[in-house]
Ligand binder design. Structure first.
Ligand SMILES: Nc1ncnc2c1ncn2[C@@H]1O[C@H](COP(=O)(O)OP(=O)(O)OP(=O)(O)O)[C@@H](O)[C@H]1O
Ligand SMILES: [Mg+2]
Length: 293
């Protein structure tokens, strides 16, 4: 197992640090995406890294990139990490937790697909009977499976701001009608196939977010991370009941623990005790095991 990594410090130009991932510029056409072991809960990055989380998320995302490659081009580059990281220590530490990707122009939208009623979708449904102007049958309960998956895109918010839901014509205005249709159709296809695959292995993918970019010809490419517990809501089949909010597959012990503290859910977050850490590591390992074996 790699030593836990809270923040990477590579001898490459740093492009940005996200909540979980550190992005470096490799050259004009490539980026290095490093999945650290940071975990965020209630939108706050906790100070305790989760050993192996970055490596597991990288493996899971790569698994889905291969799962979908027959119908959507993705950003994975076939450059070797050794070529980029000449320092053997850097290489050792990054191997398995990073990907070299081709750089594309990210579309300014988040392609969200929901198969179940949860989170903000549930709130919207309770208020209006609809999510993002998609009217749903009456009488659905929290965590109910939707009659069919729905596509509910949003804008990509700047740091500290909240994403805004957009309807189809607003999406078309942003990226053009051809891409808007393609993103919608591909997103629903990826979600549906992945949902069925995961369900057979005891994981419910309640909802997820994809990101797409365009290449030089304006063709669509799947970028970022795909169907990881960080970009999706995973539930364990055996903990799933309609009418309650099923526990998050990966963050349940962390959230439950945080709820016992007198913490106002603003940064800095509390450190995690060893037993919570161990249980959480085990959940990430279990997710990988269920999906990839
Ligand atoms: N192939 C690519 N080409 C260009 N940009 C990319 C590519 N793949 C991913 N990105 C961009 O890299 C960034 C990933 O960093 P981001 O800030 O989302 O990290 P994160 O750890 O997911 O944080 P957060 O939880 O805040 O989203 C995103 O802005 C995404 O659009
Ligand atoms: Mg992100």
């Amino acid at each position: 197992m790699l030593p836990p990594l809270f923040e990477s410090q590579l001898q490459l130009p740093l492009k940005q640090r996200g909540k979980v991932r550190d992005i470096y510029t490799v050259d004009d056409e490539h980026l290095l995406i490093v999945a650290t072991d940071r975990l965020s809960a209630f939108d706050v990055i906790l100070p305790t890294p989760i050993p192996n989380k970055g490596a597991i998320l990288t493996a899971v995302s790569n698994f889905w990139f291969h799962f979908t490659e027959s119908f959507i081009t993705n950003h994975l580059a076939d450059m070797s990490l050794k070529e980029i990281l000449s320092d053997p220590d850097e290489y050792q530490c990054m191997q398995g937790r990073s990907v070299i990707v081709k750089k594309f122009k990210p579309l300014p939208i988040e392609a969200i697909v929901r198969g179940y009623l949860a989170g903000s979708g549930w709130k919207d449904y309770k208020k209006s009977g609809a999510i993002c102007e998609i009217t749903l049958p009456q009488g659905l309960q929290l965590a109910d499976k939707l009659p069919s998956p729905i596509y509910t895109p949003s804008t990509k918010a700047a740091l500290g701001e909240h994403d805004t839901n957009i309807n189809f014509s607003e999406t078309s205005a942003l990226i053009g009608e051809r891409l808007a249709k393609q993103v919608r159709d591909i997103s629903l296809k990826i979600y549906t196939r992945a949902r069925d695959y995961a369900a057979a292995r005891g994981i419910i993918i309640a909802d997820t977010k994809f990101e797409f970019g365009t290449d030089m010809k304006g063709e669509l490419v799947l970028i970022d991370e795909v169907l990881t517990p960080d970009s999706s809501r995973f539930w364990a089949k055996e903990q799933y009941h309609v009418g309650i909010s099923p526990p998050s597959f990966d963050k349940q012990f962390v959230r439950d623990y945080l709820e016992t503290l007198d913490w106002d859910k603003t940064a800095p977050g509390p450190t995690l005790p060893q037993h919570i850490l161990e249980k959480t590591v085990a959940k990430y390992q279990e997710a990988q095991l269920r999906l990839m074996t």
